[in-house]
Design a protein around this ligand. Structure first.
Ligand SMILES: [Mn+2]
Length: 360
């Protein structure tokens, strides 16, 4: 077996230049991806399921293979290592550039390990990526070989499940679990495995907040739960938190704030799947000085939308113009365009009444 402990900085910089400086971005060779994944797995072995991070940090939601829009995020939010980034998962599937997107994030994580943090979304999974684009994209881009998909999905098993920021904010991909009252229960999980069908690990990546209910309800997604304000309040209280930040749900305005900012959704794929017309955002957390913030109310008026906590700013952006070429020329590049119509029809038919919609 090849031991890829520390990959030399010069090699990582070369990988980054292949992805960042070439138009279109150059695919990294299979052997390189294998080395990068092996090296990152070694590094992640020693990382807690819930990382302890500090502000200032910029939190990024779902990207889903929209590589040009990821580059746009670095344009508006700063480039690593000048800006610290926490990515909340769902790097792959749907968009045309899952391979380039995850390759870039892996290379950035290895190059700037104290500046870039990646957690796991529900799409960082073998079963989901087999059905929603990443697997087919690898087959197409690596001439019929699925090795790169194997290396990367094996790496997904090592990704942490969440993070705390300044000890006061909990960040995860989806949301809360009826099986989990304490963050220590997340810390105690054996995360080095495929995402299971149920239990805490599944719920963290699949659940969604619901302003219409007080407690838990089964999710219409078929995995995870919907959770209401009483659940959110109790979890924050019991874990000495003021807020949860999560991704996982398309937002037309790029973000949604629930319960006076106690729960935030950040969505970072503008014009999702090149056709939803939505905005996107990244959440800049400059500090967590909440001394004057009222945090103890037991219920919230539903119309008090989009309130922020001090020191936080949603940087909203729209789709990069470079996407236009791809939607004309790159159609079907990873075999997803023909099979998604049903999902989109249901999105459009309900769009009038809802600002947020469920997608896998
Ligand atoms: Mn998701």
């Amino acid at each position: 077996m090849t031991i890829a402990q520390g990959i030399p900085t010069t090699d990582l910089d070369y990988c980054l230049s292949q992805l960042l400086d070439k138009k279109p971005p150059k695919l990294l060779p299979q052997e390189t991806i294998q080395q990068l994944c092996l090296s990152l797995k070694m590094q992640l072995l020693g990382v807690s399921n819930v990382m302890k991070l500090q502000s200032p940090i910029t939190v990024v939601g779902d990207i889903h293979g929209q590589y040009h829009d990821l580059l746009e995020i670095f344009q508006i939010g700063g480039t690593p290592p000048n800006t610290n980034y926490l990515f909340l998962g769902d790097y792959v599937d749907r968009g045309y550039y899952s391979v380039e997107t995850i390759s870039l994030l892996i290379a950035l994580k290895l190059r700037y390990p104290e500046r870039v943090y990646l957690i796991r979304g529900n799409h960082e999974s073998r079963t989901i990526t087999t059905n929603y684009g990443f697997y087919s994209e690898v087959l197409n881009k690596y001439e019929g070989s699925i090795d790169v998909w194997t290396y990367i999905t094996d790496l997904f098993d090592y990704l942490p499940l969440g993070a705390t920021i300044d000890g006061r904010i909990f960040a995860t991909h989806g949301g809360l679990s009826p099986s989990c009252q304490q963050l220590d229960q997340v810390r105690a999980l054996d995360r080095f495995r495929e995402i299971p069908h149920d239990g805490i690990m599944a719920d963290l990546v699949w659940s969604d907040p619901d302003p219409e209910i007080p407690d838990f309800k089964l999710s219409p997604r078929g995995a995870g739960y919907l959770f209401g304000y009483e659940i959110m309040n109790k979890f924050c209280h019991d874990n000495d938190l003021v807020q949860m930040v999560r991704a996982h749900q398309l937002c037309n305005e790029g973000y949604v704030s629930y319960w006076e900012g106690k729960c935030l959704t950040v969505w970072s794929a503008p014009n999702y799947c090149y056709r939803c017309g939505n905005k996107a955002s990244v959440l800049e957390i400059h500090h967590s000085n909440f001394a004057n913030t009222k945090t103890s109310t037991s219920s919230y008026p539903k119309d008090k939308d989009n309130q922020m906590l001090p020191g936080q700013f949603f940087n909203v952006f729209e789709a990069s113009p470079e996407n236009d070429e791809d939607t004309e020329n790159g159609k079907g590049v990873n075999g997803i365009t023909s099979s998604t119509d049903e999902i989109f029809n249901s999105f459009y038919s309900e769009k009038k009444s809802k600002t947020i919609e469920y997608f896998l």
